[in-house]
Design a protein around this ligand. Structure first.
Ligand SMILES: *[C@@H]1O[C@H](CO)[C@@H](O)[C@H](O)[C@H]1NC(C)=O
Length: 359
């Protein structure tokens, strides 16, 4: 084993010299494929379950599923992925684009795929200030009307998938970074009680689904994480149904919060489960071997934290492949945030995931 490693490093070095000499103009962005591939033969969902987790999973979206058979085949391998999240298919603008007109075709296709593959399904999401059709956001509905519109949406969407979804992101991104409640039509019109009403409607629609509040920048100590602790403890004290906190975990390379595990423990101490719901770790491009090595370390750090916390149920990456990541179109000059590359090959980050579940 050791000699193989030495030999392969030597071959890589030779290849690197050859490439560098032959193609000096391409720069550090294209060293060798060898240095950039994962070496693990273990399977990510298999090791997650061996670690006592429910799943390692991925977000997915219908255009890629319909158009890219290789992508779909990898996603469908339940030794790699034990769970799917719909990136867009169950959001309000996708499911109720006009008032009272519900379309579930895309969401149904993802649920059917998960069921065919023996994969757990997470639902995402019912009440959020973004990707909201203008008939909701710009309606001028009064309080009572908006409550009824919101309750009808939550009941209809969650009711449609009753019995088929393990956990729902019922309320998505309710906070500002300073810990105050974010301004959206629900908060502005209904007030903070919109969160109670959404969770109650969700519980009534599917009593067996785990009900989550999902947010970003709550993965380490800070005002926003404290606000989430206070909200969930207040909900529990008033008997409002809440079962889980989703830590989105859209991280920047080298900036994983050192208090990640402690924060997960602070959440689970409230009597709820947690999940890493939207993990990706973006870098400033171009990619280099050093950045990929840091990314491997960072993926291991995140997955290890979930492994160490008994009530962290699983880790979902927000697309398994750089080919379909949301990152480059959202953060200029950044990307390569996922554990599979644009050619659907496993990157060193994959080794970090395996190591994290094995720790
Ligand atoms: C909207 O109505 C609900 C239910 O009656 C109430 O709890 C809430 O305080 C009202 N919000 C505002 C802003 O008046």
């Amino acid at each position: 084993m050791k000699s193989f490693v030495v030999q392969s490093t030597f071959v890589s070095l030779l290849a690197w010299i050859t490439l560098t000499v032959a193609l000096p103009q391409v720069g550090s962005g294209t060293v060798t494929a060898k240095a950039r591939a994962a070496t693990s033969t273990a399977r990510s969902n298999t090791v997650a379950q061996a670690a006592g987790k429910l799943y390692f999973g991925s977000a997915t979206d219908n255009p890629f599923l319909n158009e890219d058979a290789t992508y779909k085949a990898i996603l469908s391998d339940n030794t790699l992925f034990g769970q799917l999240s719909p990136e867009n298919a169950m959001k309000w603008d996708a499911t109720e684009p006009e008032q009272g007109v519900f379309t579930f075709t895309n969401g149904d296709a993802i649920v059917a795929l998960a069921q065919a593959n023996g994969q757990i399904m997470r639902g995402h999401n019912t009440v959020w200030g973004s990707q909201l059709p203008s008939w909701v956001s710009d309606s001028g509905f009064d309080n009572a009307t908006l409550i009824s519109v919101m309750q009808n949406h939550v009941s209809t969407v969650i009711g449609h998938y009753k019995g088929q979804i393990d956990g729902w992101d019922v309320v998505n991104e309710p906070f500002n970074d300073d810990g105050t409640l974010a301004s959206n039509v629900f908060f502005e019109t209904i007030g903070p009680t919109y969160i109670d009403l959404a969770l109650q409607a969700a519980r009534a629609a599917d009593p067996n689904a785990k009900l989550y509040i999902n947010d970003f920048n709550i993965e380490g100590e800070g005002a926003k994480a404290t606000a989430m602790v206070n909200l969930v403890s207040d909900l529990k004290s008033r008997g409002i149904p809440i079962d889980g906190i989703g830590l989105e975990s859209h991280f920047i390379l080298g900036e994983i919060p050192t208090t990640l595990q402690a924060q997960m423990e602070a959440f689970t101490a409230l009597g709820v489960e947690v999940a890493v719901t939207e993990l990706d770790i973006r870098m400033t491009l171009p990619e280099t071997d050093a950045l990929l090595a840091q990314q491997q370390t960072d993926y291991q750090t995140v997955v290890s934290a979930c492994t160490a916390v008994a009530d962290c149920v699983g880790v979902t990456v927000w697309e398994y492949t750089d080919k379909y990541s949301w990152v480059p179109s959202t953060f200029a000059g950044q990307g390569d945030a996922d554990p599979w590359d644009e050619n659907l090959e496993m990157k060193p980050a994959y080794d970090g995931i395996i190591a994290g579940f094995s720790s």
